[in-house]
Write a protein that binds this ligand. Structure first.
Ligand SMILES: Cc1cc2nc3c(=O)[nH]c(=O)nc-3n(C[C@H](O)[C@H](O)[C@H](O)COP(=O)(O)O)c2cc1C
Length: 268
């Protein structure tokens, strides 16, 4: 693909990462976007064997840029995608993926990591970007949201005082009106982080497919070992590993099977 054709080129040097205004979904997308989306979603399969050829760097970056457009709670982007490029680390990662052929034969490999621990620094950075380094302060509900609501929801401390305070507050409010119920427990934060990382991971896999590459998400892995390999702090959590590259035909293990629509989709 030439750089002039590359639809993500304008995202290349975004500093700070303010994404340009794209066309919003509208009726014309049925003709323009849907055929490609339909093809992409249907073509993406979990592939367990690759030919080992690395994906062109620029394409890989496009896919990762797409992944950063995934939605995230309060836009805090509490995740990281570690594109493991170092040959020795890649080999070690293969072992930590329990030697799964998808991992050991992948052209490229990305680790999706939950980083709820970074919420405060992400909030600071996001505020800096949104306010143009403080030149345009946030106003009204947006300011209230980022300055009061988000810290109120996310703040934790060693002894769990904040979580206890939130639990009581949510309970009292729930007697009067619908209210959020968390986060109040450690598990809530883990779910929170896993969500953000998983959405980015799925966007990455769809982008890989749209670029003509195959992938395999892997959760059957040594998450703690991978955390150590990547030098992650204990507060970070590996969500999944995504193997990517040129899939081999024999890497497709089965025909695609799904439960009936009614089992998964409830129309209420
Ligand atoms: C969170 C998650 C973890 C997964 N872990 C593995 C894994 O460790 N090894 C593997 O071969 N496939 C893994 N898969 C792939 C699934 O088995 C696969 O997506 C499923 O069978 C459906 O097939 P399809 O993706 O080709 O439609 C995982 C998928 C997800 C979403």
């Amino acid at each position: 693909m030439s750089t002039t054709q590359n639809p993500l080129k304008e995202m290349e040097n975004l500093k700070p990462n303010v994404v340009p205004k794209y066309e919003r979904p509208n009726a014309s997308f049925m003709q323009t976007a849907l055929p490609g989306f339909d093809k992409t979603v249907k073509a993406r399969r979990a592939i367990r064997l690759f030919d080992g050829t690395p994906i062109a760097e620029e394409i890989m970056r496009d896919c990762l840029r797409h992944a950063t457009l995934a939605p995230s709670s309060s836009n805090l982007e509490c995740y990281e995608l570690h594109w493991v490029r170092d040959a020795a680390k890649k080999a070690e990662l293969g072992k930590l993926c329990l030697g799964q052929p998808a991992a050991t034969t992948a052209g490229d490999i990305v680790v999706a990591v939950s980083r709820v621990d970074l919420w405060e620094s992400h909030l600071r950075e996001l505020t800096r970007i949104m306010t143009h380094n403080g030149a345009k302060p946030l106003k009204g509900p947006v300011r209230d949201y980022y300055e009061s609501t988000v810290p109120m929801l996310m703040k934790t401390d060693r002894f769990g005082f904040n979580n206890f305070k939130r639990r009581i507050m949510f309970w009292l409010r729930s007697l009067k009106e619908p209210t959020v119920n968390g986060p109040v427990r450690k598990a809530d934060y883990r779910v929170y982080g896993t969500l953000q990382a998983a959405l980015a991971a799925q966007t990455l896999m769809l982008s890989l497919a749209a670029h003509g590459y195959e992938s395999c998400p892997m959760g059957g892995i040594d998450k703690r070992g991978i955390g150590r390999l990547l030098g992650l702090p204990k507060s970070a959590e590996v969500t999944m590993v995504i193997a990517a590259g040129n899939g081999k035909p024999e890497g497709l293990y089965s025909t695609r099977t799904r439960l009936p629509y009614e089992v998964l989709i409830k129309e209420v």
